[in-house]
Design a binder for this molecule. Sequence first.
Ligand code: SAM
Ligand code: SF4
Length: 326
Amino acid sequence: MSQLQDNFGRRFHYLRMSVTDVCNFKCSYCLPDGYHPDGKPKFLDLNEIENLVGAFAEVGTQKIRITGGEPTLRKDFTDIIRVVKANEKISTIATTTNGYRLAKHAKEWFDAGLRRINISVDSLDPRMFYQITGENKFDDVMRGVDAALAAGFERVKINAVLLKGLNDKDLPRFLHWIKHTPIDLRFIELMETGLGRDYFQQHHLAGSDIKSQLLQEGWTLDKAAIDDGPAQNFSHDEFKGRVGLIMPYEKNFCASCNRLRVSAKGKLHLCLFTEHGVELRDLLQQRAQRDELITRLHGQLQTKKETHYLHDGITGITKHLASIGG
Ligand code: SAM
Ligand code: SF4
């Protein structure tokens, strides 16, 4: 089967698969009022996930990130990892988590086949962590980070959303942490969502400010590796960890796009900023539907736009990233 490719020559070997919209945190930039179910949600089950992974693997997907909501709240989270792992074409299984259940389960997930993990830690100051996430769980999450480091993951990444007026003074503390700890820090520029322009304008901080600071302090920009996607990564001889910047508002951000997203209810999102997903669930019920599903995927890829047009003030606003996994 031919690989998924769009009209701009981009190939898609990376799938972000959301498995739930539910979350137990109330991050001020994502779900400030917490998760509210909309009707009786029914998220993709293991059979649907197996069929989804099977079809994507057939057309070139090699890496799958299991995300959410908070993916680890799924009772069958370990089984989800196993289902993905059972597909030999998938070489990398990753997840993004708020770290809430990590201390207890890091080893179990690693043994099931999980190899990369991104943990969201928006501040190293426990009070600020609480203020941003709405949960007084800093110590639990940090115990989870330690457990992940001990479990043997290929990469432990820490995601922090850059927030003016909240964690913008935290850079020295983060850098101090990775001096002797092999962690990849990832600073993500705040993206505008359905929360509205006010929150965005109040807290958006350009990643380019951090970039200048890093370059001044002797960090150097790494050559992009094939699976880096749109992140810019920096290293420094005196630090064990690395720093990555995700700057979706920068020109050319979309040129290296290598990822597709499927929501927890089975909709394909060609871009984080598209308003509507494309239904896949009707074709996820049986293995025999695979060819039809693949034909739909190829067809949809032809409609993927070159860029998200954020620079032109078109937000394509997603209600919040918990609904399609960030
Ligand atoms: N609950 C998990 C977590 O927080 O790690 C996974 C889902 S969360 C939607 C995935 C990532 O998106 C997190 O690192 C989170 O910080 C980030 N995120 C959420 N809303 C965002 C926004 N408006 N702008 C930038 N990043 C955002
Ligand atoms: Fe939950 Fe993650 Fe959103 Fe925070 S960023 S509210 S942890 S889904």
